[in-house]
Design a protein around this ligand. Structure first.
Ligand code: ZN
Length: 162
C-alpha cells in the first residue's frame, strides 16, 4: 500500500502518496481540504490531485512524475521494468538493468588490454562466488549472464576452485 491514511473519526484524514519504484524516496501530501467520509474517498481524492503522478489500479501502486511511466502495465511479451538494486544515476534514480549491463560491457571492451590488477587467489575465489550469487538472483537476464561470465574468468585465472 503506497497511500498512507492517518486520522479518521473527527480528525482530518491525512493522505501521503509515496512512489512505488524501489529506492525512490519521493512522497507527496496533497493539502487536506475536507474530512473525507472514508479512506477510499481520501485515496482517490489524493490521486486525483497529485499533479504528474500516475497509479496502477490493478497493482494498487503509485508513481512520482519522474517514474510515471512505470504505471503502464507491460503489454504481453514485453519486459517489465528492471531497476537496479544498488546502481544509481547522478540524480539518484535506479537504472534499467539491461542498459546498465550494456554500459558495463562497454567498460570491459574498452579496457581488456590494460595491465592486470593484482588480486589474491582467495579474493578472486570469493569474488567469483559472489558473482555466482548475483548470477543466481538475475538468472535469465543479461546482468546474470555477465556475472556468470566474469565468475568463470576469475575461476580460470585464479586456478583455485575451492
Ligand atoms: Zn519515484
Amino acid at each position: 500500500m503506497s497511500i498512507h491514511v492517518s486520522g479518521g473519526g473527527r480528525t482530518l484524514r491525512r493522505v501521503v502518496l509515496s512512489c512505488d519504484v524501489a529506492g525512490c524516496p519521493v512522497q507527496l501530501e496533497p493539502p487536506v481540504i475536507e474530512a473525507w467520509r472514508n479512506d477510499a474517498d481520501a485515496r482517490s481524492w489524493a490521486r486525483d490531485h497529485a499533479a504528474g503522478w500516475t497509479s496502477d489500479p490493478i497493482r494498487n501502486t503509485d508513481y512520482c512524475p519522474e517514474h510515471a511511466r512505470f504505471s503502464t502495465a507491460p503489454a504481453a511479451g514485453t519486459v517489465p521494468p528492471r531497476p537496479t538494486a544498488a546502481a544509481r544515476d547522478r540524480a539518484g534514480n535506479p537504472l534499467n538493468r539491461d542498459e546498465y549491463v550494456k554500459h558495463l560491457q562497454e567498460h570491459l571492451a574498452g579496457r581488456s588490454t590494460e595491465p592486470t590488477m593484482m588480486l589474491t587467489a582467495a579474493h578472486a575465489t570469493v569474488a567469483a562466488r559472489l558473482l555466482d550469487e548475483l548470477a543466481g538472483v538475475y538468472r535469465g537476464e543479461s546482468l546474470g549472464q555477465l556475472a556468470q561470465e566474469l565468475s568463470e574468468i576469475l575461476d580460470s585465472r585464479s586456478g583455485d576452485r575451492s
